[in-house]
Design a protein around this ligand. Sequence first.
Ligand SMILES: Cc1cc2nc3c(=O)[nH]c(=O)nc-3n(C[C@H](O)[C@H](O)[C@H](O)COP(=O)(O)O)c2cc1C
Length: 299
Amino acid sequence: MEGITDRSFRHLIVECIAPGSVAMTTTEFVRVSQTPTPLAELVKVLGDKPANTKTGIQLMGNDVDILVESARRAAEAGADFIDYNFGCPAPRVFKHGAGSALLARPNLIADIIAASKAAVDVPVSAKIRSGIEHDSNIEDMCKQIEDAGADLIIIHGRLKTDRYTDPADWSRITRAVNAVNIPVHGNGDAVDSATIQKMIDETGCAGVMIGRGALNNPWIFDEWANNTPRRSPSDFFKWLQLYAQRMADGDATPTQVLGKLKQAAKAMGPAGNIPFEHSLLRGNDFFGELKHLLSKDLA
Ligand SMILES: Cc1cc2nc3c(=O)[nH]c(=O)nc-3n(C[C@H](O)[C@H](O)[C@H](O)COP(=O)(O)O)c2cc1C
């Protein structure tokens, strides 16, 4: 997720849970437009890969040759797989014919996948939304992606026109699963171990992609895979401290670190995992405020 799943975040998620609880993680999207992405940028985005999981680089663009060269470099950078973003609904992305705009051009999606498969030895996946304004093309779209040689489809149960507050329609995931023989991972509103399991049971998907749920609760994968109990607020506190340290050890500025901590607090707080008051978002003393709110728990 753009602005969230940076290398510190991905690393920490995997490190803090039992080995093997996350099968794969993906970078934030890398926007590819006029020229292929420089290798150095891809190396930086990927970071050092955590053990016991596959790490992919996600690319987003619409020019076959430029994307394929970027994919080749992403594989050279060490990506375990290449994921293409055909789902981003952001107006500025859509206007430039990238992300979910490609859902209207399935032949172009197929060309990108086929050319990438010919150019790289690592698996290639396609992350799609269920359509732009309607979902009637799900089966055809998924078949075309499969025929082009994709190794995996990740389908988000929302349309481009849906808002994040609209519920994801999992029957669309079921339709994708039934349309193809390659693995399909479902995505959208799997927010805890119960909803992860429900998505698997209802749709038959081969895997579940977790987005916002991982920011609400970094142990979500562990809770599903190993049935571990919900961590305490002080565990979340320590996780945030470690996350801040990792970001600072990387190249994040203090302002960026503070911004990401506040973003995490906005997700973890309402999910009931840390106490939340607006003071957490206002000042510069994030940990002082949180410690104060947690004073009973940390005593
Ligand atoms: C802040 C934010 C950034 C996102 N960035 C990306 C991205 O870079 N690539 C991508 O494929 N999806 C991105 N998404 C979409 C998520 O991957 C996911 O499809 C969506 O949030 C629904 O899943 P969830 O209910 O598990 O969050 C983003 C979503 C949010 C909220």
